[in-house]
Design a protein around this ligand. Sequence first.
Ligand code: SAM
Length: 179
Amino acid sequence: MTRDKWAEWLAERRCGGDRAYEAEMLEELAEVRDRDRVLAALQAGETLLDVGCGDGLIAFGALERGAALAIFSDISQDLLDRCTALAKERGLAGRSQFALTGADDLSVIADESVDVVTTRSVLIYVERKQTALAEFFRVLRPGGRVSLSSRSTASARTTGERRASGAIRWTACDPSETS
Ligand SMILES: C[S@@+](CC[C@H](N)C(=O)[O-])C[C@H]1O[C@@H](n2cnc3c(N)ncnc32)[C@H](O)[C@@H]1O
C-alpha cells in the first residue's frame, strides 16, 4: 500500500514496525493526552480543532469527553482518511469534520468558530509559525483556549543520537530522517 510520508511514518517508522512497542507507546501517548489540562477542561458541547491531528490522538479524546464537534486537520490526506474510517468505526462520524490544510492556512474554518485549538508535535514542522498562531487566534471564539506542545529545534536530535541515549527505541521525529 502506498501512503504519504506522514502516514507511513506514523504507521510504520515511528515504532520501527514493532507492534508490541507501538501498543506500549500508544498507551503512553494516551496518558500524555489525558494530562493535558486544556483537554481535561473541555466542556461537553464544545468544538475542538486538532491541528496536525495525525491519527487523531487528541481529537478522538475530545469526542470521548463529549465535544459536540472535533475538526481533524492535517496536511496528510492518508491520515485524514484513516481518521475518517476510525470515526465511522467508533460511531463518531456525526461529530467529526475533516480539513486537508496546513496549520498556517485554516481559511476553511470560520472566524471565532471553535472553543479549543490543540496542536501536539506539529509546530516544529511548520515554517510560518507566526501565521499559524494568528490563524489559531482567528478561529477561536472569545475566551477560547489553546493547547500547544512541540519539541524545539534545539532539542531535536538525530534518531541515532536519541536511540543511543536510550531516550527512544525506534521513533524518528522527522519522517525525512533515514537513520
Ligand atoms: C508527529 S505527528 C503528530 C500527530 C498528532 N498531533 C499526535 O500528537 O499524535 C505530526 C503531524 O503533523 C502533520 N503536519 C506536518 N506538517 C504540518 C503542517 N504544516 N500543517 C499541519 N499539519 C502538519 C503531519 O501530517 C502529522 O500528522
